[in-house]
Design a protein around this ligand. Structure first.
Ligand SMILES: Cc1ncc(COP(=O)(O)O)c(C=O)c1O
Length: 357
């Protein structure tokens, strides 16, 4: 019932070139194989490759591109994804255009003959905007570009982008897949045989692979993915409604709310609306004061675990995005992002209401 942790770095061979499928653990490891099979099944994909972090997965995928290639990406992607594009990959001759991919025409207008990839996040971090993955994939494919969806916020339980036309899915499995704030990991999933072969080669060549112990932790954590995410989504819905009614709150961002501009798309492509809620208070001072007063919500980066977290995107997760670009994308100084856990929702709402009072 429980996958062993194969700590071996190397595997004895019967004769030169004759072995049981494993030679060296960067190339392949039985515990990692088990994790990859499990995550492929969850995302309903033919292939999955596991990595040592979400960014390790992203970097490995992007290294399939070559100088001169152009990438169109959703403007409020995770700050670390932006940093990878802007500070690392640009130096290797890739070019990038940020668009509001919730607007399909904006994606169409950004496409050039050099565009090889459209990079989406849905719901986005931290504004919970929702992209019509089906419609954007159609546009990207008509220009010969492939579509990668960062499915970290939704999880494979709530949304399966490969069924909506995407070519590759990326996860920071550090988040909901692990679910317990105790392991950093990443994954790529695809149904494309050619792409899977290239990725398998690059997984070994680049080397950002997870340890067998980390694979085991992920296998253990993911067993409860569906019940955790259901509870987190139910809690998040109630928290979002309570925040909507709070006079200290200027705006609530949650795709489950009828007032959310992309609610209809979210309802179509997601099973529930997820455990992430963001909201805006008057200004930075009010946001920092609220964060300091919270007692049940821990002030911490990351998300997707059983315990509730709160953070200030402008000063924490999204600090690597230049202030001007951040503000243009709508990530203001009064914004607070919540990762809703599995606690009693009445306690969570009470905590927020007293911190906002
Ligand atoms: C949406 C999203 N994608 C990717 C990442 C990067 O993953 P990791 O921290 O596992 O490298 C994160 C991390 O916060 C994230 O929130």
């Amino acid at each position: 019932m429980v996958q062993p942790i194969h700590m071996a770095t190397t595997f004895a061979q019967e004769a030169v070139g004759k072995h049981q499928g494993f030679e060296y653990s960067r190339t392949g490891n039985p515990t990692r194989n088990a994790l990859e099979e499990c995550l492929a099944a969850l995302e309903d994909s033919r292939h999955c490759l596991a990595f040592s972090s979400g960014l390790g997965a992203e970097t490995t995928l992007m290294l399939l591109l070559k100088p001169g290639d152009h990438v169109v990406y959703m403007e409020d992607v995770y700050g670390g994804t932006f940093r990878l594009f802007d500070k690392v990959l640009k130096r290797f001759g890739l070019t990038f255009s940020a668009v509001d991919a919730a607007d399909v025409d904006a994606v169409e207008n950004a496409m050039t003959p050099q565009t090889r990839m459209v990079w989406l996040e849905s719901p986005t971090n931290p504004l919970l905007r929702v992209v019509d993955i089906d419609a954007v994939s159609e546009v990207a494919h008509s220009h010969g570009a492939s579509v990668c969806v960062d499915n970290t916020f939704a999880t494979p339980y709530l949304q399966q982008p490969l069924h909506l036309g995407a070519d590759v899915v990326v996860h920071s499995s550090t988040k909901y897949i692990g679910g317990h704030s105790d392991v950093v990991g990443g994954a790529l999933m695809t149904n494309n045989e050619e792409l899977a072969k290239l990725l398998r080669f690059h997984q070994n060549a680049v080397g950002a692979v997870p340890s067998p112990f980390d694979c085991w932790l992920l296998l253990r954590g993911v067993k409860t993915l569906s019940i955790r995410v259901e509870r987190q989504s139910q809690n998040a819905m109630e928290v979002a409604r309570a925040l909507q009614d709070n006079r200290a709150v200027k705006r609530v961002f949650y795709p489950g709310l009828d007032a959310h501009p992309h609610h209809a798309v979210a309802a179509r492509q997601m099973r529930m609306f997820g455990g992430m809620v963001s909201f805006e208070v008057a200004d930075e001072a009010a946001a920092l004061r609220t964060l300091e007063r919270l007692k049940i919500f821990a002030l911490a980066e990351s998300l997707g675990a059983v315990e509730s977290l709160a953070e200030h995107p402008a000063r924490m997760t999204h600090a690597s995005i230049p202030a001007e670009e951040r503000k243009r994308a709508g990530v203001g100084d009064g914004l607070i992002r919540l990762s809703i856990g599995i606690e009693d929702v009445a306690d969570l709402i009470e905590d927020l209401e007293s911190a906002l009072a």
